[in-house]
Write a protein that binds this ligand. Structure first.
Ligand code: FAD
Length: 446
């Protein structure tokens, strides 16, 4: 059993921790702050649009054509398919089902009344009923912030034309006295719909507008807890004699938070130790402990991470590790840091190769119909997910990178964010035996 430390508790870190624990390792997660799941949809985009912006109909077939440095090309299409199945199995084991497969993009309704491609989604987001039924009622909630039912209805009516009738209904929940003085979020509503009174209130205001030919489009409010979501949906649909579809996400993202909660529960059940407020600020290499080594062996020892150092509140703490999985995210989560003309990974001090002139980092227009160069900057890795330099030489023997910090893809343009996250987490753990063997070889040679 090896001591594996995962840094970061976004989707890639939590999944890597689960898989490593299932593989029999002793796993600790060091993290601070929340990952992108708190704002992102919790749905698994695999590959939505090719580099020219055309919709991809068979993501796995398209992934098989991608070239390195795209992370999918490094890991291989077969690994991507395995990772999807592993993710579905893990989430189902926690009583939250994901539907779909890697060969089809589903049409996921968004909070502006458009549809985006995604591969694996919970049943509450599956949109078949929207297409099959002739009436759509877009449900709004009084006081709900950043959700515009009229805009959704207008765009859906434009999309479907005369083939469907789209209307809007506004629901008013019974908040405690004084609640009207602050905005309500989708999370408040999700908690309210976990109560029998909240559900009764919802049903009473909508039942006159529902029938078997109607689909309700709702914000993501079908419960905060993943294991309750399906039961809430079934109960409301039976009482309203209709079908409901949640839009993908509005921050705070209830669907993302459901997945976050599920993965943390799975970690807990597998005995993973999650250290919150564990901000990793640096590391000590094996060479730091062996100052007696000759130059060539010291160079090899410098490539082995012996301990991670966390810092904050005026003191530091060290954690011993046999292997480290870095799941620290991108710019959003400080897994990558940018300065004028420079980008680097802060824990291991890995310089990211970027154009000297910052003007060359991006196209002039954000929505120019092409991937943005800056979005694909990140840590370059080999087939074992070890960080490598421009010549392909391994920088750290027992360190792997997964998730958003990887180089070679624009998740936002191609719609591949969580697909790369779950595949790289799964693949890194599959390569762990190789990493541990390489580490042992270095240790034995010292
Ligand atoms: C607004 C938004 C919407 C999105 N919508 C979708 C979507 O609908 N579908 C989809 O597939 N993808 C979507 N994505 C992309 C997807 O969310 C990301 O690709 C994915 O969450 C990346 O996960 P991650 O685990 O690699 O990183 P993150 O989720 O960023 O997690 C990184 C974690 O590491 C921690 N961390 C960072 N540095 C340190 C350190 N030094 N020490 C300790 N901890 C550290 C952070 O605090 C965080 O917890 C969206 C992204 C955004 C921003």
């Amino acid at each position: 059993m090896a001591e594996v430390i995962v840094v970061g508790a976004g989707i890639s870190g939590l999944l890597a921790a689960c898989y490593a624990a299932r593989a029999g390792h002793k796993v600790k997660v060091l993290t601070y702050g929340q990952g992108a799941l708190t704002v992102a949809g919790g749905i698994i985009d695999l590959y939505g649009y090719d580099k020219n912006g055309n919709l991809v109909t068979d993501p796995l077939a398209h992934i098989a054509t991608l070239k390195k440095p795209h992370p999918y090309a490094i890991m291989g299409a077969a690994r991507v398919e395995e990772a999807l199945e592993a993710f579905k199995e893990l989430t189902a084991s926690q009583n939250y089902i994901y539907v779909g497969d890697g060969h089809h993009n589903q049409k996921v309704p968004t909070a502006i009344g458009s549809f985006k491609p995604s591969c694996l989604v919970p049943p509450s987001i599956q949109s078949d009923a929207v297409f099959a039924r002739s009436k759509i009622v877009v449900v709004g909630f009084e006081l709900l912030k950043d959700y515009y039912p009229k805009l959704i209805a207008k765009n859906l009516q434009h999309f479907f034309g005369d083939s469907k009738k789209v209307s809007v209904r506004q629901v008013t929940m019974n908040w405690p006295v004084g609640r009207e003085y602050r905005d309500v979020s989708a999370l408040d509503l999700a908690r309210e719909l976990e109560t029998p009174v909240g559900r009764l209130n919802f049903v009473e205001q909508l039942k006159a507008h529902c029938d078997a030919d109607t689909t309700l489009i709702i914000p993501p409010v079908l419960g905060e807890r993943p294991e309750m979501s399906a039961a809430i949906q079934t109960e409301l649909e039976e009482r309203l004699n209709t079908h409901m579809v949640e839009v993908s996400s509005i921050p705070p993202s209830v669907t993302g938070l459901r997945l976050d909660r599920l993965l943390r529960n799975a970690c807990f059940n597998l005995g993973v130790d999650i250290v919150e407020k564990g901000q990793v600020i640096g590391f000590a290499s094996m060479a730091d402990d062996r100052t007696d080594l000759p130059a060539d062996r010291a160079a090899a020892a410098r490539k082995v991470c012996a301990r991670l150092i966390t810092g904050g509140f005026g003191h530091t703490h060290e954690y011993q590790a046999d292997a480290v999985i870095m799941a620290t995210g991108g710019f959003f989560s400080s897994g990558l840091i940018t300065q004028m003309g420079r980008m680097y990974e802060p824990v291991f001090g890995i310089e990211i190769k970027v154009p000297e002139d910052q003007k060359d980092w991006s196209h002039q227009y954000l929505f120019c119909g092409q991937p943005q160069p800056f979005a694909a900057y990140g840590v370059s890795v080999n087939e074992n997910m070890q960080p490598v330099d421009a010549a392909g030489d391994v920088l750290f023997t027992n360190v792997q990178f997964v998730g958003r910090s990887l180089a070679g893809y624009d998740f936002c343009f191609e719609k591949s964010g969580n697909g790369v996250a779950i595949t790289s987490a799964y693949h890194a753990v599959k390569q762990l035996d190789e990493i541990l063997a390489q580490r042992k070889a270095v240790c034995d040679s010292l």
